[in-house]
Design a protein around this ligand. Structure first.
Ligand code: TZP
Ligand code: MG
Length: 213
């Protein structure tokens, strides 16, 4: 809703790239239609995470695609990222806003409906409904929003809603129709045989579903 123009959000997981070059996979995804990227690598040291963020920032700048950093404000600031994304067990959005007021995109994962009423949700720039469907990419999750949950949340808030978890070509259109503004995806792009084609097909599904209402 409003001024959130991003539609297809790649969330990284190098393991999901199946041994192919990490930056090649991401560049292919952008060529196919990914318009926002989150660096989310859970098994790196702080230094290795920062190095990857700096390299990724250079790549994304060439395509004018914003970089979001998962749960690491120092790295986000150091590499000049457009934003930061946090979940329930991370540093809360209210605290990040205070520490770094000019973060352009502060994203917050919503796992329970009660979170929508919080100050953390209020100060965030977009909310990620997590997960829409259970996924092997992240297994420590509590619920599945499904399309019914997205529809319910859409009635409650005007914030941009990013859907994440178990999204693929078979369910993308229905998630948009339920009220999501943007789809965030790991495996359906990173593990695809042809990441550019996978992104392009998902992007077409999103654009067509947006135009149909
Ligand atoms: N947060 C909620 S589900 C998820 C994250 C990071 C992983 C989504 O991965 P996939 O492979 O697109 O289901
Ligand atoms: Mg986290």
């Amino acid at each position: 809703m409003g001024n959130f123009p991003y539609r297809l959000y790649l969330v990284t997981d190098e393991a999901a790239c199946l041994g192919r070059d990490f930056f090649w996979v991401i560049e292919q995804a952008i060529k196919g239609g990914v318009d926002m990227v989150q660096l989310r690598e859970k098994n790196l040291s702080d230094q290795a995470f920062l190095n990857k963020a700096l390299l990724l920032k250079d790549l994304l700048d060439r395509y004018n695609v914003p970089l979001i950093i998962n749960d690491n404000l120092p790295v986000a600031v150091h590499c000049g990222a457009a934003g930061i994304h946090v979940g329930n067990s991370d540093s809360p959005p209210t605290k990040i806003r205070l520490q770094h007021p000019d973060t352009k995109f502060l994203g917050y994962s919503i796992e329970y409906e009660a979170q929508l009423e919080t100050e953390d949700a209020r100060v965030s720039d977009y909310l990620a409904l997590s997960p829409v469907y259970a996924t092997n990419t992240k297994t420590d999750t509590v619920t599945e929003w499904k399309t019914e949950g997205i529809h319910r949340v859409r009635q409650i808030t005007n914030k941009p809603l990013v859907a994440i978890g178990g999204i693929n070509e078979a369910n993308a259109a229905s998630i948009i129709t339920a009220g999501a503004d943007c789809l965030a995806i790991v495996s359906a792009i990173c593990s695809a045989e042809n990441p550019a084609l996978a992104a392009e097909r998902l992007r077409n599904l999103i654009d067509r579903s947006m135009n149909s209402y």
